[in-house]
Design a protein around this ligand. Sequence first.
Ligand code: PAF
Length: 283
Amino acid sequence: MNAPIVVDSVTALRTQVRDWRQAGLKVAMVPTMGALHDGHISLVRIALERADRCVVSIFVNPAQFAPTEDLDKYPRQLARDLDRLRDAGAHLAFTPGVNEIYPAGFATKISVGGPSHGLETDFRPSFFDGVATVVAKLFLQAAPDCAVFGEKDYQQLCVVRQLCRDLDLPVEIVGAPTVRDAHGLAMSSRNAYLGEAELDIARKLNVILRRTAAALAAGTDEASATDAAAKALVSAGFRKVDYVAARASITLEPWQRNRDGRLLAAAWLGTTRLIDNVEIPSA
Ligand code: PAF
């Protein structure tokens, strides 16, 4: 495979994408914060099935980290990421510095309503403003035909869909299934923070969620099922549970039995916060 073109300026990105479009090629984008794992590579593969050219952005977005969060220690490994993108067949890596995205005097924030309410926002109040602002910028910069986001960050996927709908951004949003290890642990760049003993505990998250989703589908009362799940996570070794919640699949409003649903959770293992979600099977 050819190495991807690497550009770090918006001008160079726009020039390349414009040339592809003039040649009649369809362009897909995969926004990432780097530290690429098999989950990201699956997004690149889906992008390549849908388009002729795949742009991957690698930008650790400071606007979506609270001052107390892991911005400084977030894994950064550009050379390795570019190797993985070459092997996956991505065509362009957009690797802007912070000043390219947020030049001096930058003063705009995009705040999406609807699905951004609750769940992550209860614990990370500025997170989706940061995500929506950078995703809108990336879409305006790259002007892709479509963009692929993982269902692992399920609330983010719903927020990005709402963003595009509300702002008439002409980008088709494609949701991609979560990639899991052999034990069902969802791939995440933050798994790199976990030692072996913590990984064993982390692998229980998806088991407990699937069991709880099955209990909900079988008729267990929602509060009892989610309380039991939170207790099971703590017994398994999680330090703290931020939420286990059942929501409507698209709007993320409260779940109604016999409607499409998603069970979402966030829990702490030591100083690492993990999120995951599963479908609630229809009864
Ligand atoms: O999911 C991520 O990696 C980030 O939230 C995203 C979408 C690249 C925006 O910074």
